[in-house]
Design a protein around this ligand. Structure first.
Ligand SMILES: NC(=O)C1=CN([C@@H]2O[C@H](COP(=O)(O)OP(=O)(O)OC[C@H]3O[C@@H](n4cnc5c(N)ncnc54)[C@H](O)[C@@H]3O)[C@@H](O)[C@H]2O)C=CC1
Ligand SMILES: O=C(O)CCC(=O)C(=O)O
Length: 530
């Protein structure tokens, strides 16, 4: 019986998600595992499920010798060293759509709680006192809300706060104007202009080198007096020291923080200020979000371990399931075609160029290119090469990879993929497309036209196009009990050079190849395993 693959879950995820994992895998639920214990055990696992607390860094990954996937039950992947995971071919997959509504609603809670001092008034009354005057607030109506980062969560907040009668403005230099128009948000070109005009500011960017500390002392200085700020994105996007000063001086009326520079966070001086509302990173802690997140992360783990492509892999191009189905036969074909080159030539590659012609040019072809590079490098690279690290491994070996999309049809083909592999001595060219049954075919090799479904074992032979060669090859293969499934001969002119491509049922050994090469008018012969 095949042993089940193993997953370790180091932070609390929903029961339903755990069930999905337990049905397909051997799942170890270790919510309270220490860092030391995890470092000790991680080599035993094929998959790891984390939330935001487990640090998946170089040290952990270097010991994770069997790990294929890290599932992030949530959105932000700032606790995971993506570079180190990619280098090792480990998929990192998150669940970006699953908790956005909950995070948006908590942010709105932070804005409302600040505008009416709800937590402070609650504590006051429960301590046995009655007084209204310390809690006079402000209305949201007619105020300006400045959103930094108009992505999934920022845009949910924009539409909801517009319903409160707020004027919504946003700064996000990385999205198209169309997105601002769609959400009826005024686009602000410079962060400082948003900071100068907003009565309420909320940040919704990822934590990156660029956004960490993007709001500091200088930025707070130019804000409106009495501004109110929310951070439900990541601690440190607003510098905590500068925030503290702003809150103490009264420049900032209040802040609502779900996230903290250091988490778990204890005894932060910000927690002592009355005008600060804090929560322990609970943005995604709703029944709905946790169910969504838990089930989604579990399904991704199970699929990835079955070898299926994971739609939310953050270290792979994002691709929708329907798009993936449309290009899947090309992915399979190009991975096979990739395996041909190094079995024919030992020449180091300088450059790979893939041209996508015709209808296929309308698709997102990045995964197809990656599949080719994976196939190309897998037979010659000692380390694991997969979809995750293929391009990185190519880059590290000095292979430049480019792709072009060309809308025109190539030579009457509806779709055509042309691959050019350049080495110091010249360029090797392959062409592929799909049959009417959507089966991948090799239709061009060097200048020769063929029509071959790549099979496990193949034979490539270059010869002069003269009588007798085909018969002699057939005779030798027959003597060696190697069955020929199909044979294609591509030639450009009668009597010229020709290329033979054979699908055979078994591997040819060196002795048989030598016999074939001894046939008069055969230039070379190579057996290939795909
Ligand atoms: N508190 C919590 O429990 C939760 C927090 N989050 C966090 O919320 C944040 C936003 O999440 P999503 O909206 O799903 O992400 P998203 O990726 O959909 O949107 C982020 C937006 O920020 C923009 N951006 C990036 N760099 C920027 C910069 N320098 N200046 C301005 N805009 C910039 C991007 O263009 C993008 O539109 C993330 O940090 C995520 O980790 C998400 C879920 C729950
Ligand atoms: O609930 C969690 O694990 C953290 C949620 C979060 O911050 C995220 O999804 O980015």
């Amino acid at each position: 019986m095949e042993t089940k693959k193993r997953v370790i879950i180091t932070e609390k995820i929903d029961e339903e998600g755990i069930k999905v994992l337990q049905e397909a895998l051997e799942a170890d639920v270790c919510f309270n595992i220490s860092r030391e214990e995890l470092l000790e055990k991680i080599h035993e696992y094929d998959a790891l499920v984390v939330r935001s607390v487990t640090k998946v860094d170089e040290e952990l990954l270097s010991r994770a010798t069997n790990l294929k996937i890290v599932g992030r039950a949530g959105n932000g992947v700032d606790n995971i060293d993506l570079g180190a995971a990619t280098q090792r071919g480990i998929i990192v997959a998150n669940t970006p759509e699953s908790n956005t509504m909950s995070a948006a609603e908590l942010t709105i809670g932070m804005l409302l709680a600040q505008s009416r001092n709800i937590p402070q008034a609650n504590t006051f009354l429960k301590s046995g006192k009655w007084d209204r005057s310390p809690f006079q607030g402000v209305e949201l109506y007619n105020k300006t809300l400045g959103i930094v980062g108009l992505g999934r969560i920022g845009s949910l907040i924009a539409t909801r706060m517009a319903a409160f009668g707020m004027k919504v403005i946003a700064y996000d230099p990385y999205i198209a104007d169309e997105r601002f128009e769609r959400f009826k948000v005024e686009k602000i070109e410079r962060l400082e202009d948003l900071l100068r005009t907003a009565d309420f500011i909320t940040v919704h960017t990822p934590k990156t080198k660029e956004t960490f500390g993007m709001i500091g002392e200088k930025e707070i200085e130019i804000m409106k007096d009495g501004v109110r700020i929310a951070n439900v994105a990541r601690g440190g996007i607003i510098n905590e020291k500068a925030l503290m000063e702003g809150l103490k001086s009264g420049k900032i009326a209040s802040a609502g923080l779900d996230v903290h520079e250091k988490e778990p966070c204890y005894g932060n001086p910000l927690f002592e200020l009355d005008n600060v509302i804090v929560t322990p990173h609970i943005g995604a802690d709703t029944k709905e979000a946790q169910e969504n997140v838990g089930i989604t992360v579990a399904q991704q783990i199970v699929n990835a371990l079955k070898g299926e492509i994971v739609p939310n892999a953050v270290n792979l191009p994002a691709i929708h399931r329907d798009e993936l189905m449309a290009i899947r036969p090309y992915i399979e074909l190009l991975e096979k075609l990739g395996k041909i080159y190094y079995q024919l030539y030992q020449e180091p590659i300088e450059f790979v160029n893939i041209d996508y012609w015709g209808n296929i040019a309308a698709q997102d072809v990045e995964m197809i290119t990656i599949a080719f590079i994976k196939g190309l490098l897998e037979p010659v690279v000692e380390d694991k090469v997969n979809y995750i690290n293929a391009k990185l491994v190519a880059e590290q070996r000095g292979i430049r990879v480019e792709q072009q999309k060309i809308k025109e049809h190539y030579d009457g083909y509806m779709d055509f993929i042309e691959i050019k592999i350049r080495n110091k001595k010249g360029t090797f060219v392959l062409g592929g497309n799909l049959s009417s049954k959507r089966q991948g075919k090799l239709v061009k090799i060097q200048g020769y036209e063929v029509d071959v479904n790549p099979s496990d074992y193949m034979l490539f032979i270059q010869n002069m196009d003269v009588p007798g060669v085909i018969g002699n090859i057939g005779k030798i293969l027959g003597q060696e009990h190697i069955n020929v499934a199909t044979m294609q001969v591509g030639r450009n002119a009668k009597g010229d050079m020709a290329m033979m491509v054979l699908n055979i049922d078994d591997e040819v050994n060196q002795e048989t190849l030598r016999k074939i090469m001894d046939i008069e008018n055969v230039l070379w012969a190579k057996g290939i395993k795909l």
